[in-house]
Design a protein around this ligand. Structure first.
Ligand code: UDP
Ligand code: MG
Length: 319
């Protein structure tokens, strides 16, 4: 501990926990958080639960827990907005010096928070936890996520942290920066990388979910992945332009060849196969390009509506 010169520095830290139908995990989480809070000397904890429209007993459980502890805060959203927005709701309402984001299912062990805080005390602004292992996740999920982050790194030109999730400790500087990024189609991981600041990696073993089951599916993950790419780069639009140019050029050359052939040797009726190939390739490229434009246009559409990122049903914030 940084107890030199008798100046025991005390900082306030909020643990932000987005929850969606987590009634099975919460009792275990409460116990482990209680242990953490009571053992702490240099850190003054606040627990902020953001309930993302749970339909089970998550809310009553949080309320009951909050009634027993003054350091527990909560925000109940008006419906399920997704983890990204739930985290943003938390980030907007944090009033402490720092913030740690953890999952309610205890995949990110809260016992590591003091070690992360030590790096924070040493002057780092973003202590991000990197998974040494990813137990309980399928081979396909690991492979696709690795491939995706390599791609994101290449297209964005921003250093993306591999094998990291949302489990991290952020200094006030980062919190204030993130609050300014109020984009509607959020991919936090991309935003955490984008803001910069003094980052340091912290290795840990990601546990299995203690109870309940994952709320992610491949459709949601695909949308999040597209959010990451579209929020960083317009490269796909440029690729569409390039592919379009190359295909058009090839088409012009082919047209000239056909014209010359027709003038020199006269009309030659067979040609069904070549016609079909050209029509199909052109059609495919056009649809793909339209799809890419659509991905961006859709996000521009969502953003221009300027709808709030989330709505609050009920909240208890201490300070
Ligand atoms: N979560 C949320 N809203 C959602 C989906 C998930 O707040 O729409 C929360 C969930 O309660 C958990 C965290 O986000 O605390 C991570 O979710 P999950 O464990 O399902 O994802 P995984 O760990 O499988 O990536
Ligand atoms: Mg999980």
């Amino acid at each position: 501990m940084s107890n030199q010169a008798g100046s025991a520095e005390s900082r306030t830290l909020t643990v932000l926990i987005p929850c969606y139908n987590e009634q099975e995990s919460l009792p275990i989480l409460f116990d482990r958080m209680d242990a953490l809070v009571s053992q702490s000397e240099t850190l003054d904890y606040t627990l902020l639960f953001v309930d993302d429209g749970s339909k089970d007993d998550t809310r009553p459980l949080i309320k009951e827990y909050a009634s027993k502890h003054s350091y527990v805060e909560y925000i109940f959203l008006s419906r399920n907005f997704g983890k990204e927005k739930a985290m943003y709701a938390g980030i907007e309402n944090v009033h402490t010096d720092g913030l740690v984001i953890i999952d309610a299912d205890l995949q990110d062990p809260p016992e590591l928070i003091p070690q992360m805080a030590e790096l924070w005390m040493q002057g780092y602004d973003d202590v991000y936890a990197r998974r040494r292992s990813r137990e309980g996740e399928s081979w396909l999920k690991k492979a696709t996520s690795r491939w995706y982050y390599d791609l994101l790194q290449k297209v964005s030109g921003v250093a993306i942290q591999k094998d990291t999730g949302d489990f991290r400790l952020l200094d006030r500087k980062c919190i204030d920066a993130l609050k300014r990024l109020d984009e509607s189609e959020r991919n936090s991981k991309a935003l955490f990388s984008w803001i910069g600041f003094k980052k340091i990696e912290f290795l840990y073993d990601r546990d299995k979910r203690v109870a309940g089951k994952t709320k992610w599916n491949y459709l949601k993950l695909f949308h999040l992945a597209m959010d990451g790419i579209t929020s960083f780069t317009t490269a796909p639009l440029k690729i569409a332009t390039w592919v379009g140019s190359v295909v058009s050029l090839a088409a012009v050359i082919y047209a000239i060849v056909i014209l010359v052939k027709t003038f020199v040797w006269g009309i030659d009726v067979p040609g069904y196969a070549s016609t079909m190939v050209v029509v199909l390739i052109l059609g495919g490229v056009q649809l793909l390009s339209l799809g890419i434009i659509g991905e961006y246009l859709g996000r521009i559409f969502m953003q221009t509506k300027r709808r709030p990122n989330y709505l609050v049903q009920e909240q208890r914030l201490a300070r």
